[in-house]
Design a protein around this ligand. Sequence first.
Ligand SMILES: [Zn+2]
Length: 704
Amino acid sequence: MQPRRRKLGRFKLSQGKIYNLEKNKKILVTSALPYANGPLHIGHIAGAYLPADIYVRYNRLKGNDVVYICGSDEHGVAITIRAEQDGVKPTDIIDRFHELNKKSFVRFGISFDNYSRTSRPVHHETAKEFFKDIYDKNILKKKKEKQFYDENASMFLPDRYVEGTCPVCKNQGARGDQCEKCGSDLDQTELINPISKLTGETPVLKETSHWYFPLGDFQGKLKDYLDRHPEWKENVRNYCYGWLKQGLRDRAVTRDLSWGIPVPLDGADGKVIYVWFEAVLGYISATKEWAKQVGQPDRWKDYWQNPECKLVNFIGKDNIVFHAVMFPAILMAKGDYILPENVPANEFLNLEGQKISTSRNFAIWLDDYLDRFPPDPLRYMLAANAPENKDSDFSWKDFQTRNNSELVGILGNFVNRSMTFLAKNFDNTVPPATDLDEMDRELLKRIATAPQSVSDALEKFEVRRALKAFMDVARDANKYFNDKEPWHMVKTDKVKCGVTMNMCIQISRTLAILMVPFMPYSAEKLWKLLNLNGDAAGQNWATAGEPKVAAGHKLNPPEILFTKIEDGVIEAEMARLNDSQKKPESDGKKEKTGKSNLISFDEFKNVDLRIAKVLSAEKVEKADKLLRLEVEVGEEKRQIIAGLAQKFSAEDLVGKRVVIVANLKPAKIRGLESQGMLLAAEDANGEMSLVTVENEIATGAKVK
Ligand SMILES: [Zn+2]
């Protein structure tokens, strides 16, 4: 390597640390705080978390001083509604989902510096201080108003406690604060046919008083602020200007609720701070908590109160108004804080062509995915297909294609063919690059510009384009390998072949570093295979494109970087998604009164339940959860594919008399036809019991 270094000259510079040539920037990155009332699904991840993590990891490699903050939002009305529906305390819900989501983020490689929660004292104090300070400046206004009240439940019904028909788009499931369908921000009294989420009754209007934040007074300042940011994403700017055009209204920042942060004023008993006023302040309190954790309790000020610091809030499009309008206005009212420098909001991710729905359980849940697959293929898929400028779609088939033809077929293939070739012909040792030809020099130029091509896109928060720029490097590497035909050269000119293989290792090193933001686990795996010092994430972006692997360097034995996903695995996932989906429900009364769950006798009669005897049972190959059963139903024998393998062994089942749904439409699962469904009960802890019968009643007998 030495001769070439001298020839190209500029490597001298890299040894004198490029780090110091570029000014390190302070960057504070946040991702929207997820409600701790349910698990995370891929739509959340694609919107506010993965793009932010990619940006953060990239900036760390650049040597910038980045702090990445997030945490659970634990005060939303969605949480108290769920607690009431489940008959538990809000803390039961938030404790469970805070832990679950925190763990899922870690498993997925989302690299927060702190993942806090808004129920912590530091957050309560921060939110109260903001509220009190803005109140003391005489900015807040107290107003009497009429609000919906549920007489049966004896409580006011803020925000989502009321649902009804959207006055704008006529969507019937609009919430009291916002219509999810058309995105309109609503005042609940505007809803047509309002219904209480608690009892399903029509609420009455009752007088109460609240403190208002005069958003309208900030109209001019907010417009100037927006005008200063023509670089923001089109969707965010359009949305904000749309709001300004309508004219900003005063917003109530208190609520009549028992769950939340108490309003720190006299005469405000029974009132809490509106969740959207305080949740965005969670970014500040979580940074304070982080500063304490790193032993420098005042360090949060270096970010939040430092005009040199760049604040970037990653969100989904449903949060634009709160982050790009309300949050800056609150920060302006408070003073002494920096404003968001950018608010990259993503559109929504759909699933198999439909909207993801948590209530219908139509989603791919992150923790569930991670139980069965490694994180990187999903990170790749969601980045390649990020809903940046319009909604995008996730399908299991696309996931398989991206994995097999891009990760395995292009990136993995290049690394694997290079390393196996070196293992076979060069004793796993990097040969010297003594005499470069035109093609080699072109390749070196290509590698040298690779970091910049990825940077250009990431600086603009364009994750898709950045990932494509990265994959183009791998594509060009494969082309170089093909054009050079080292498998011929090794027989005719081993020295020249060695030069080619040296290049292939240089480019593999570059790929490993550039891969860190997108697929951190695979990047480290490649780094280990290359047997390089430290880790890939600890390298410097600026020198990622330089040929730094010395001749004579010993590599580790080759291993496959990405694994092919078989058809059967994808079919099983699709079947799973279908099976777990609940029928749409009309919400409102259902869980409290059970009225809409009632079915007629005729409807029940349509289900043909029969006694069956299990004749044999075996595990379905390559499917952890599936058992293939053969059952006897009277004269008939049937095959049933059941998702019982994790709870029952084949021996547990053989000989049992069970109840099956005999007239279920046959379904193909893993290519096997399932001719019916076996009944089993499952409790909240996942314990399962088969539905069996007491005596040796004849198979085929009808259950009624
Ligand atoms: Zn609407």
